[in-house]
Write a protein that binds this ligand. Structure first.
Ligand code: NDP
Length: 511
């Protein structure tokens, strides 16, 4: 590509008000690209930076850099790759406070959650680096004499990573660090709402010594930059986290262009509260699950399925709790519910509240409106909302809202509770509160979801366990854990014949 078309800032460059791309070992800005402003959703007067809406040519430059770097990185022994990832984890730990505050400023989640986001990336660095010395294959006996069968993992190649705004450091780390330890090179496109978090994640890897071209960063909108990644002819795998609607486009386009694809998409997660549950514990779980991160986690609790015997007591508790949730700027102490990420999404949440009230006919027990008084005047805040009398046909029961809105459904038995939970197009996370071990075991068996919590909220995944869901949530992959390696590697099988003669399997040894 012609160098003149790009403003190149060099390897050490870093600008706090411009989210630069990082391509082939240099920070750069695609000349002439439209600028996307990034603002603090808690106070939109706080303009954090601008990011380029990187066009397809910029994506091509990043893919070419990743392709050029691939052979050497693939040949680098995994324990050597692991050293860089370990260092990146250490760097993120040193920068945790600043990075956590940036997460809060860019995406609005309260500071403890911002710090948790970075901690998840640090944890992921430990996990992925450990895989550098594991990444086990299998050896097996051959059916023929003097012959050995081996299998081992190989990287996929150049991976395009498209990530959402709600875990702006953790999700790039989940995908990126597993991709790297397996020997892939990457092109990361963070969400346009959180470009600086993407920069900080990449900067940790750069400062840790990742070779040029191995990690590339391109900012931009999904429609321009994301689409260019999905449609690019020289990308081997796209790993995507985001809405089911976008995920369907990504999967079909990758299918048509012969790429691998892994999807982590939406959820409509439910917490069951049985008649023998510890209601105080169930309340803490539901409050955290529904209103933490302003309900904007793929694992957020958006349905509360309550046994009729404790329904009224539970409703009273959760409505009271919702009314007392502290809403505000995530930098302020004690805030549980921060802002919605942007105005479009806030209007979507408010529209769902209208649908729940007017079209569905559910009872609005509390909340249901934008909050814009005083300090909240310049942000996108929605009051924590509880609907009661929700039934299975309603749209607020079925569709992902991605906001602090909880729908309560009354049921009469465990079977009905599980059936109600399963009556859903998604299957990511789920939870049951009960003190009956038999009920817990049956729920664990019968719930259709990738994740089940017993006496815990629907949120709280740990990086060393498989993460993902069934039905509309994904396409069968599980991120993080040991299963994340399966997304970013291929199996190679090797037969070593040391007999010195032609041996024919299934023929020479036939019965
Ligand atoms: P989107 O699908 O809109 O965006 C996710 C990412 O895809 C962003 O980087 C976005 O870019 C990009 N994108 C958007 N359109 C395209 C396109 N046509 N081609 C390629 N890339 C595109 O989701 P949201 O940002 O709204 O995130 C919320 C959704 O993500 C929720 O549905 C939630 O459940 C889900 N999610 C799932 C998780 C899981 O692990 N299962 C975890 C977190 C969220 P940009 O934003 O810059 O336009």
């Amino acid at each position: 590509m012609a160098g003149a078309a790009y403003n190149t800032y060099g390897k050490g460059a870093y600008m706090s008000d411009r989210a630069l791309n990082y391509i082939g070992g240099e920070w750069c800005w695609p000349d002439g690209a439209a600028e996307i402003p990034c603002v603090n959703p808690a106070d939109t007067r706080d303009v954090i930076c601008v990011a380029p809406d990187s066009p397809a040519e910029e994506v091509s430059r990043a893919v070419a850099a990743a392709r050029a770097a691939y052979p050497a990185w693939k040949r680098t022994p995994p324990p050597e790759r692991a050293k860089i990832i370990t260092r990146a984890g250490q760097i993120m730990a040193e920068r945790k406070n600043a990075m956590g505050a940036l997460v809060t400023r860019e995406c609005g989640k309260p500071l403890p959650e911002g710090l948790g986001d970075v901690q998840e990336a640090i944890d992921m660095a430990h996990l992925a680096a450990g895989e550098g010395r594991r990444m086990h294959g299998k050896t097996a006996p051959s059916e023929l004499p003097d012959k050995l069968c081996l299998s081992f993992r190989e990287p996929k190649g150049v991976c395009g990573l498209i990530t959402p705004w709600n875990f702006p450091v953790a999700i790039p780390a989940w995908k990126g660090l597993h991709a790297l330890i397996c020997g892939n090179t990457i092109v990361l496109k963070p969400a346009e709402d959180t470009p600086m978090c993407g920069v900080e994640f990449v900067r940790a890897l750069v400062d840790a010594g990742v070779p040029k071209g191995v990690v590339n960063l391109v900012h931009g909108s999904g429609e321009v930059t994301g689409k260019a990644i999905v449609e690019h002819g020289d990308i081997d795998l796209v790993s995507f986290t985001g809405s089911t609607q976008t995920g369907c486009y990504v999967a079909s386009t990758c299918g048509a262009t012969g790429k691998g694809v892994s999807l982590e998409c939406g959820g409509k997660n439910a917490q069951i509260v049985m008649d023998d549950a510890n209601l105080d514990l169930a309340l803490e779980g539901a409050t955290w699950g529904a209103f933490g991160t302003a309900g904007q986690r793929c694992t957020a609790t958006s349905r509360l399925i309550v046994h009729e015997k404790v329904h009224d007591a539970m409703v009273e508790r959760i409505v009271n709790a919702a009314k007392n949730v502290k809403v505000g700027n995530g930098m302020d102490d004690g805030v549980l519910t921060g802002p919605i990420i942007n105005e479009t999404q806030m209007r979507r949440v408010l529209e769902y509240i209208r649908i729940g009230r007017d079209d569905d006919g559910a009872t609005l027990a509390c909340g249901g409106e934008r909050m814009s008084d005083g300090a909240l005047a310049h942000g996108w805040f929605v009051r924590p909302t509880v609907f009661t009398g929700v039934t299975r046909g309603m749209r607020i029961f079925k569709e992902e809202i991605f906001g602090p809105v909880l729908s309560v459904v009354k049921v009469g038995s465990l079977d009905e509770a599980v059936e109600t939970l399963n009556d859903c197009a998604y299957g990511l996370s789920s939870s049951i509160y009960t003190q009956d071990v038999n009920a817990a075991m049956r729920a664990m068996r019968d719930i259709e979801a990738g994740i089940v919590y017993i006496n815990g909220p629907t949120i709280g995944a740990e990086v060393h366990m498989p993460f993902g869901g069934v039905k509309g949530t994904g396409n069968g992959h599980r991120e993080a854990a040991w299963t994340g390696l399966d997304i970013f590697s291929e199996w190679k099988t090797v037969y070593v014949d040391y007999s010195g003669k032609l041996q024919r399997a299934q023929i020479d040894n036939a019965e």
